[in-house]
Design a protein around this ligand. Structure first.
Ligand code: SF4
Ligand code: SF4
Length: 461
């Protein structure tokens, strides 16, 4: 199918090519003639035939089956505990309901179950690439994490470990765990103190910035690999602190350039719902950021690139024509709740609209079947909204965001969807310009490949 990207650019979702054209074709594609308008329909068909847009789109379901989804599991996350020493205002744990604080559940995972899960999942997949410890705050369960890592190493598993932490707990014992088992560490930080302390507060209601920053710096001094997960809120955007400012702040403060910065998600808490004017500013901030990075790639100034996986995903899809068939990686990664129940991602744990994939007593055959069914359900080709979207092959969405916002797997989050469509359009327009000069384009692709291969170890969704 052909789509109008801008006043002079057409995009084919079959070939994933885009090209400049005149007003006549733009108007024709916009009119999208029906069978009744024979002449127009015929003209458009001939044009589509000439550019390869009439070829059959590959059957996405068949592709998933052929791709052997059980070859390797990207990430298995254990929710170590529901407890947390923070009370972040936007947290999707059940700490808040209608803006009021709930009493936390303080449930912890059973470590024998974790070991059994690794055995079980290793019988379903050829390989588990990575195990992630998450929470609540996972480092409240430091001893349990230690026991799990020790046991798995003794049993000969060769699995990478990672942790997502609020950065509040760092001492010799934590250092030994992270160093000995070669953890990748993601710490949540919401920018400079004035922003971070607005949302990321301790259980006692005090801002946590100084403690977290101190710990990040100590981790880095100790030679640990730290990346940052940042959340952009309306406060950032309203004060003109966009994603470039956020990324540059992290670079200056910690020399970290591989941050994952995402807009806060609406989950029924009206305080964090984005208004239209803030969405507009947020989009502008991301568009500027994408063009900033494209220019740095073109100039070969890799040290100035402000890395983000979502941005690279868009570029990889456009440059290598790699199609993203699924809404997101959920289902190609898994998570286990504190109660020992298996879900397609940590963001989907205990969500009412998500069918669990099973538990330790569920036969492997049924778990496999449940995973395949989930993957089918989250294929864009099978979802009403994404199927007809021009950005569907390129978009990297988030089922967790869909569920938070719409209580549904496949009704896209309005915020992420709007943002993605605008980002894809913006990048296509810029790349189209680059491609007009063959030498400039080749230089860009070479630089991109070089740059991406050096950054890919930091690749997270
Ligand atoms: S931009 Fe929105 S509608 Fe399009 S594929 Fe992504 S989530 Fe679906
Ligand atoms: S994009 Fe969201 S739902 Fe999908 S795997 Fe990542 S965190 Fe989970």
């Amino acid at each position: 199918m052909l789509y109008v990207v801008s006043d002079n650019i057409i995009y084919s979702d079959v070939t994933m090519e885009f090209f400049e054209t005149g007003k006549e074709l733009i108007d024709l594609v916009r009119r999208n003639p029906t069978e009744e308008n024979q002449n127009e329909n015929e003209t458009l068909r001939n044009i589509r035939k000439d550019i390869g847009d009439l070829a059959e789109n590959q059957n996405a379901n068949a592709i998933i089956e052929q791709s052997n989804p059980f070859f390797s599991l990207r990430r298995l996350t254990f929710i170590m505990t529901n407890a947390c020493n923070f009370r972040c205002s936007y947290c999707y744990e059940d700490f808040y309901e209608n803006g009021k604080l709930n009493s936390p559940k303080n449930q912890i995972i059973n470590i024998n179950s974790c070991i059994k899960y690794v055995e079980k999942i290793s019988n379903i997949y050829n390989k588990i690439e990575s195990i992630c410890f998450f929470g609540g705050e996972p480092l409240l369960e430091l001893n349990n994490i230690q026991s799990i890592c020790k046991e798995l190493k003794e049993r000969g598993y060769n699995i990478h470990f990672s942790i997502i932490t609020n950065g509040s707990i760092y001492n010799d014992k934590v250092y030994s765990l992270l160093k000995n088992y070669q953890f990748s560490i993601t710490v949540s930080l919401d920018g400079p103190e004035e922003y971070h302390n607005l949302t990321r507060i301790s259980r006692n209601g005090v801002g946590t910035y100084k403690n977290v920053v101190n710990n990040i710096k100590n981790m880095l001094t100790d030679g640990l690999p730290v990346s940052i997960q940042g959340t952009l809120t309306m406060e950032h955007i309203d004060k003109g602190f966009g994603i470039i400012d956020f990324s540059k702040f992290l670079k200056k403060e910690f020399n970290i350039s591989n941050a994952h910065i995402v807009p806060v998600q609406y989950d029924g808490n009206s305080q964090i719902q984005w208004n239209n004017s803030a969405i507009e500013k947020l989009i502008k901030s991301y568009l500027d950021y994408d063009i900033y990075n494209i220019k740095k790639i073109e100039e070969g100034r890799y040290e100035d690139i402000l890395f983000s996986s979502a941005f690279f995903d868009v570029l990889i899809a456009i440059i290598n024509k790699r199609r993203n068939y699924l809404i997101c990686p959920s289902g190609t990664e898994l998570a286990v709740s504190t109660e020992g129940v298996l879900y397609p991602c940590f963001m989907l744990v205990n969500k009412d609209c998500i069918r669990p994939l099973g538990d330790l007593n569920t036969p492997n055959k049924i778990i496999k079947n449940n995973i395949l069914n989930y993957i089918q359900e989250t294929m864009k080709a099978n979802t009403r909204f994404c199927r007809s979207c021009y950005a569907k092959n390129i978009c990297h969405g988030c089922v967790g965001a869909n569920v938070n916002e719409n209580k549904s797997i496949n009704i896209p989050s309005r915020l992420l969807c709007t943002l993605t469509k605008e980002r894809v359009k913006n990048v296509i327009i810029y790349i189209n310009d680059l491609q007009k000069d063959k030498r400039r384009w080749k230089n860009f692709v070479d630089n991109f490949n070089l740059c991406f291969s050096s950054k890919r170890n930091n690749y997270e969704c």
